[in-house]
Design a protein around this ligand. Structure first.
Ligand code: PXG
Length: 457
């Protein structure tokens, strides 16, 4: 049995011996040695060597209420003693599961009051593919089987989720891509605007959806899926007007609108959900991550009444997971939502912390020779590094510049995420103004060091 006193080198040796890491180049990892995180409190984590690190990524876009919440640990412990597991299959369920569904119905957008439970964002989206095609079949439109997603969209790592998403490396792992999955461009004005004004680009980017629907034939299109702001794709926020147009196009062609709230949900943008931030009404809303702040794995899919009643009246739903609606995970998620409510975290992001985060980062990045664009809303941001910001020249894909900057930040005690040649931040919602200033200071140091290393200053 290992404990926290076990030497880091021994942990690394065993890690190398036994682990296959997700999204990781194994050789690079073992040259560098894995970062072993052993404790967390508030917005900080400690590595196995005792270094205190400000977690600018909230774990992996998920620890919204911060680390070390006794309230959540106590709820989990109580529920484990009372009933550690019972299932939702056939005709049973548990009180914490029902309580969570009821709680979610209070905070999700109007009309999204029916929930299916799973254990991860990927499972939620995989479930959506199966449940949506089932819905159309039950509705007498079995030809509606095509799904449309976006380039650089991220919807998870299971086979269907990889097909919904638009991440090329994930789609190049040797297996066939599934038939019936299509993609349109991402609404990234800075990278794809091509001289258009933001409103004109918003229309053009949304029109790609209508073109794709018409190309496939509306009678064959089941649904369109998109994140309010594309997270893993590099925090791509759509220009104003985009979402309104997308919603109009989906309604016009009776294409279901799936808004993937796995990252934007639970307060990240200063509203409970990204859909509310963009004033769009989804038909289906997958959520995970911030649903439990990562304390236990759980995801849910919200459906509107039209879909839910068809599914409920449609005979046996032959789909589900052993741990769908796991009682301990549900109890933890309810407590997590209670904390967000009790501490007013959503309003805090909208009125105070979100604006402070953006203004502070703006001061650090505005004039920086390495930075071309600062993106984001609420408590999510990306800093786009550019080879030449004047001529708008991006770094080549394999430049490694963002990874270098991220590593410098880490050695100064800040966790950021590198996506392509951008740096991403997504800290816990409980972050203080002082901690945001610390992020800015450490980001500034890392940007300067990287600019020096590439010979820019
Ligand atoms: N939808 C969205 C919008 C996500 O960001 C998923 C679905 C899948 O969730 P699970 O729980 O199956 O991982 C995600 C997950 C990254 C990174 O590289 C992003 C995610 C997961 C892992 C890494 O930034 N997002």
């Amino acid at each position: 049995m290992l404990d926290t006193r076990t030497e880091t080198s021994e942990l690394r040796r065993l890690d190398e011996l036994h682990n296959i890491h997700p999204f990781c180049d194994g050789r690079q990892l073992y040259e560098r040695g894995s970062t072993i995180i052993s404790r967390g409190e508030g917005c900080y984590v400690w590595d196995s060597e005792g270094n205190r690190i400000l977690d600018g990524m909230a774990g992996l876009w998920c620890v919204n209420v911060g680390y070390g919440r006794d309230e959540i640990a106590n709820v989990a412990s109580k529920q484990m003693r009372e009933l550690p597991f019972y299932n939702m299959f056939f005709q049973s369920t548990t009180p914490p599961q029902i309580a969570l569904a009821e709680k979610l119905s209070q905070i999700t957008p109007e009309g999204l009051d029916h929930f299916f439970f799973a254990n991860s964002g990927s499972e939620a989206n995989d479930s959506i593919v199966r449940m949506v095609t089932h819905f159309w079949k039950l509705s007498g439109k079995p030809t509606k089987r095509n799904f449309i997603g976006r380039n650089l969209g991220y919807h998870g790592s299971t086979l269907a989720a990889v097909n919904l998403g638009g991440m090329k490396p994930m789609q190049s792992m040797g297996h066939e891509l599934l038939p019936g999955f299509h993609h349109i461009g991402e609404p990234h004005w800075y990278a794809r605007g091509d001289g258009l004004s933001k409103p004109d680009f918003a229309k053009k980017a949304a029109a790609e959806l209508e073109d794709k629907i018409l190309e496939l034939g509306a009678e064959s299109v089941a649904a369109f899926i998109a994140e309010p702001i594309q997270g893993a794709g590099g925090v791509i926020e759509p220009p104003a007007g985009y979402w309104r147009e997308i919603e109009r196009i989906c309604r016009k062609h009776d294409v279901l609108l799936i808004v993937d709230e796995v990252i934007c949900g639970f307060g990240r943008l200063g509203e409970w959900f990204g859909s509310q931030f963009y004033d769009v009404t989804p038909d289906i809303m997958p959520m995970a991550k911030g649903l439990s702040s990562g304390y236990l794995p759980i995801s849910a899919v919200a459906f509107n009444g039209r879909i839910a009643s068809t599914l409920k009246d449609g005979g046996v739903l032959s789909h589900g997971f052993t741990y769908s609606g796991h009682p301990v995970a549900c109890a933890v998620a309810s407590e997590n939502i209670d904390i967000i409510e009790r501490e007013g975290l959503v309003d805090r992001i909208r009125d105070d912390i979100g604006p402070h985060f953006r203004n502070t980062l703006r001061q650090v990045t505005d004039q920086h020779p390495l930075v071309g664009e600062l993106r984001g809303e609420g408590l999510i941001a990306a800093i786009q590094l550019m080879q030449d910001r004047e001529s708008k020249t991006f770094f080549p894909g394999d430049s490694g510049v963002a990874v270098e900057c991220r590593e410098t930040a880490l050695s100064n005690g800040l966790i950021m995420r590198a996506v392509g040649s951008a740096l991403v931040l997504c800290p816990p919602l409980v972050i203080t103004r002082g901690e945001i200033d610390e992020i800015a200071e450490k980001t500034s140091l890392a940007l300067d060091a990287t600019a020096k290393s590439v010979g820019m200053i």
